[in-house]
Design a binder for this molecule. Structure first.
Ligand code: ATP
Length: 661
């Protein structure tokens, strides 16, 4: 093959042909069950490229870990603003390092002009460098990220990048006995659980004292004992806990599991600061559901210092077997790995299913065109090219809002999104109605072609968000209305949904987010019955909004006017006016007013805005109040007390679902 033909940046068809040539041999061999041995080149270029790529990844992970490791000190010193900043800034690290690496490869090796034989060999040599590496799966993804910035997309195949993983992540371990292992084991006696609880807390090595460690040890031991109930203790009875604590916002979480015979039960101890500035254990969470809530896609990523991330993922999967691995990687802050795994799962799902992509059920969006594949639990969102006049926004502004949500504390109430570009789907899997919809509303985003020249027509979408599918709240409520007042179960569900809806808004308020458009259709209900917001194009920081009372009319003409007669600035919000849009159904209105009437009062919003402006950082804890250890008159948990007071409706108790009351 000539150098010209195999240049990764040459024209499309030519490139496609070249790609076929290069991969022809390995593919043929693969059919026979093995790979062809590569003809090694004499040039050292491939080795240098592989080495530079490895250096690029190692630098990335070193910096990522350094930032992550700071979370412990920030927790110990109650540096909450720093913690949030760290969480936010760490998200950007990956792209910066990829860019650096691409630049280096271009500058030192003119990477974009090298023939494909060099790239093929660079991949093989990179695999060699991964033997014995502690983060091989992340390093493979890094290689993909860099390579896809350099090669033409016709080369996006396993010969040149890691379409499939090459290195196993099973049984990776640190040989040095002095180094910390992924998890610690404790072998308690049934009658000496306190000893183990004390040791577990001691081993966290937190540089801040517990206010009443003996009390916490007793509570943890009692909770462990209650978990065991009257189960017979088996020979393998043990507790395993992950060596690094999980930090997020104002909490540190000790995550592990209790093993007895064939039973394995998750455990998690949230460690918080109390009002006196001491530490305390707030709860012992122990159900799979608790874990799902803690690791939800609608929360910010944890900061966890991990030498071998795949070992953490394996451990976490053992306590959350139904949680996809991509979501676990995401929750650990390794979002590119999550994105890569998601895409692999998606392609595999496409191959093994036959249903078609369709317009998502529900009320169509004005700025987003949303579609789904019924057999797959995610939705795909395109930004439209045209919006109705009331939506004064642009593609860039919308992207900015989605970015804001990604970096913000999502407090269990805003769905995380994955952003993709140039995604190709088989045309045959699209309903014609959906194609017509995209052609009408987002033509700039659509290409339908046989891009790879392989005889398969594809739908190629330029830019796409993907997020978990939920049941739109308007549909959920409608189903309960349709079931009728005689259906007690439906009535309970309706009540739950309305209360949850208000809780969701209050949790968003605590996170300094004003959702903008609060219509039911902009919220979804998750598998666990949580209400989560997913329409981001109008969100604002609460602190950027001006919450106003509707002015009293000055004369009869103003009073009778059907129009808004007072002047309204761009960021003015009139909470009293929410009611007519939301509360048309009398039953819904009753429940809403009973639990969340304060949301219609400007003071509620103003007070929160002021507190946030004064520097108060609310934290919305990922478990409900009923899971918390009952207070025995000990130290009041700082945040819980503040939130309870601040978020409670007048004369009532805190209603926010997750804010401990
Ligand atoms: N995660 C999701 N799960 C299920 N359905 C969804 C999801 N996200 C969006 N939808 C559906 O797509 C519709 C439009 O989505 P979205 O609210 O994001 O669009 P939008 O254009 O921003 O809306 P609006 O017109 O209110 O600004 C929703 O009303 C809902 O029916």
């Amino acid at each position: 093959m000539s150098k010209q033909q195999s240049n990764p940046r040459s024209g499309r068809k030519q490139a496609a042909l070249a790609a076929q040539e290069v991969v022809a041999q390995p593919q043929a061999a693969a059919v026979q069950g093995g790979g062809a041995l590569p003809q090694l080149l004499e040039s050292s270029l491939a080795r240098d490229i592989a080495r530079a790529m490895m250096d690029g990844f190692n630098r990335h992970y070193r910096l990522f870990r350094q930032e992550t490791a700071r979370a412990k000190h920030r927790f110990e010193t109650a540096d909450w603003h720093g913690q949030q900043r760290g969480q936010r800034e760490r998200i950007e690290f990956y792209d910066v390092r990829v860019r650096e690496c691409v630049q280096r490869l271009e500058k030192e090796f003119r990477a974009g002009s090298q023939p494909m034989e060099v790239w093929h060999e660079a991949k093989l040599l990179y695999i060699g460098l991964l033997v014995g590496h502690f983060q091989p799966e992340l390093a493979e993804t890094f290689f993909n990220s860099v390579t896809t910035k350099i090669l033409h997309r016709t080369y996006f195949q396993n010969s040149f990048l890691f379409v499939r993983p090459a290195i196993s992540t099973e049984y990776i371990q640190i040989d040095e006995p002095s180094e910390s292992t992924t998890f610690r084991c404790y072998y308690p006696r049934r009658d000496a659980l306190e000893e183990v609880a004390a040791q577990m807390l001691e081993d966290c090595r937190l540089q801040r004292a517990f206010t009443d460690r003996a009390r916490d040890v007793r509570r943890v031991a009692q909770a462990l004992s209650a978990m065991l109930g009257d189960a017979k203790i088996r020979t393998n009875f043990q507790i395993q806990v992950l060596s690094s604590l999980f930090y997020r916002n104002k909490g540190a979480y000790l995550v592990g599991k209790l093993i007895n015979g064939f039973d394995e039960m998750p455990i998690c101890l949230p460690i918080l600061h109390d009002e006196r500035g001491g530490l305390y254990v707030d709860a012992l969470l122990h159900t799979e559901r608790d874990m799902h809530t803690l690791f939800s896609f609608s929360r910010a990523y944890f900061m966890v210092d991990m030498e071998i991330p795949s070992a953490y993922v394996q451990f976490l999967r053992s306590i959350m077997p139904r949680k996809p691995r991509n979501e676990i990687y995401n929750s650990l802050g390794l979002a590119k790995q999550g994105k890569n795994l998601f895409y692999r799962d998606f392609l595999s799902h496409l191959r093994s299913s036959t249903d078609k992509f369709r317009i998502a059920p529900g009320i169509k969006g004005m700025v987003m065109l949303v579609f789904d594949l019924p057999s797959f639990p995610y939705v795909f969102k395109l930004i439209k090219d045209y919006y109705p006049p009331q939506k004064e926004t642009t593609r860039e502004q919308i992207k900015g809002k989605y970015r804001l949500v990604k970096q913000h504390d999502r407090v269990g109430r805003m769905a995380d999104t994955m952003e993709y570009s140039e995604v190709a789907f088989p045309r045959a899997r699209f309903e014609d109605e959906l194609i017509a919809e995209i052609q009408k509303f987002a033509p700039s985003q659509l290409e339908i072609s046989d891009r790879d020249g392989d005889g398969n027509v594809e739908v190629i979408l330029k830019h796409l968000y993907i997020e978990r599918r939920m049941i739109p709240l308007n549909i959920y409520l409608q189903e309960t209305f349709d079931a009728g007042e005689g259906d007690a179960r439906a009535q309970r569900q309706m009540e739950h949904a309305v209360i949850e809806y208000g809780n969701a808004i209050k949790d968003l308020v605590a996170a300094n987010i004003f959702p903008g458009d609060m219509l039911w259709k902009n919220f979804g209900v998750t598998r666990h019955g949580k209400v989560v917001f997913y329409d981001y194009d109008e969100i604002e920081y609460l602190t950027d909004c001006n919450f106003r009372k509707v002015p009293a009319p000055r004369n009869e003409e103003e009073e009778m006017s059907g129009e808004i007669w007072y002047s309204v600035a761009r960021n003015d919000v009139f909470p009293e006016t929410f009611g007519p849009f939301l509360l048309g159904n009398p039953r819904v209105r009753d429940i809403f007013m009973q639990h969340h009437g304060d949301l219609l009062e400007p003071q509620f919003w103003q007070q929160h805005k002021e507190r946030i402006q004064q520097g108060h950082v609310y934290d919305v804890f990922p478990y409900d109040g009923s899971s918390r250890f009952a207070d025995e008159g000990g130290a009041a948990p700082a945040d819980a007390a503040a939130n309870a007071a601040a978020l409670a409706p007048p004369g009532g108790t805190a209603q926010s679902g997750n804010v401990p009351a």
